[in-house]
Design a protein around this ligand. Structure first.
Ligand SMILES: [Zn+2]
Ligand SMILES: [Zn+2]
Length: 240
């Protein structure tokens, strides 16, 4: 399993951090976790195209996690070569309504030559080509989920959340947790800082932790992070 960090940013536009997004490669399948502004362009920077992606997961529907879905689907229809291979779109409760709402504004995103399957992930499991997707609700928006992708090894994505017992459960002993830690110190409803994240890590015990969804507060961070935590950077690659 290979994880490429496409973005570690937030809703605040930043040159060094694009919206949080991650590309997980398992066997011959490419899974895109979140697709905020500029993610389609960022895929190109890393030598991937929209046609290479097999699964898109929306962890919640805020703009910084979903805006480029329209760009992505439009390019599947009107790229150099129209997409013909199937696409799976996974998301929290309301994913069907979200897609159809977007397609009512942008009718050109409805698939022309390929099959699009849309599935709800809320507190269920979903098996796709022996790759297991597990979701659990977290505390941010009503559709917000954390997800775990397992194939021999496991990676958990927290999504946006405040302190969450569900996240502790899902991330328990995971090989890698990529978690939001929006602020080093500031307390903001619906998000984590180092203190609330530590409460999760103490109980969950993931083997590696990468901090993402980093607001500009982090650019002035002078502290030191201890094992197993690392500050995420756009372009990082992790092999599990
Ligand atoms: Zn966000
Ligand atoms: Zn959000």
């Amino acid at each position: 399993m290979r994880i490429k960090i496409l973005g570690t940013g937030t809703s605040i536009p930043a040159l060094n951090r694009f919206s949080s997004s991650y590309l997980v490669t398992v066997k011959d399948k490419n899974i895109l976790v979140d697709i905020g502004p500029s993610v389609v362009r960022r895929l190109l920077e890393f030598d991937y195209n929209v046609i290479d992606i097999d699964v898109v997961i929306l962890i919640h529907f805020h703009v910084d996690h979903s805006a480029d879905l329209s760009t992505f689907l439009f390019a599947c229809n009107y790229g150099i070569k129209p997409r013909t291979k199937p696409l799976l779109l996974l998301g929290g409760i309301g994913i069907h309504r979200f897609f159809h709402g977007m397609a009512s504004i942008y009718p050109w995103i409805k698939p022309n030559f390929y099959e699009l399957s849309i599935k709800t992930l809320s507190k269920n499991k979903y098996l796709f080509n022996d790759i297991l997707f597990e979701a659990i609700k977290v505390r941010h928006n009503k559709e917000s989920i954390a997800i775990k992708i397992t194939y021999e090894k496991s990676v958990v994505f927290s999504g946006d959340t405040s302190f969450s017992r569900n996240l502790i459960k899902l991330a328990h002993n995971a090989d890698l947790l990529i978690t939001e830690c929006s602020f080093p110190e500031r307390e903001v409803k619906g998000h984590l800082n180092l203190k609330s994240l530590q409460r999760i890590l103490d109980k969950a015990g993931p083997k590696k932790v990468i901090l993402s969804h980093l607001y500009p507060d982090w650019e002035h961070f002078q502290g030191v992070l201890h094992e197993p935590c690392l500050i995420g950077e756009d372009g990082m690659e992790i092999e599990l």
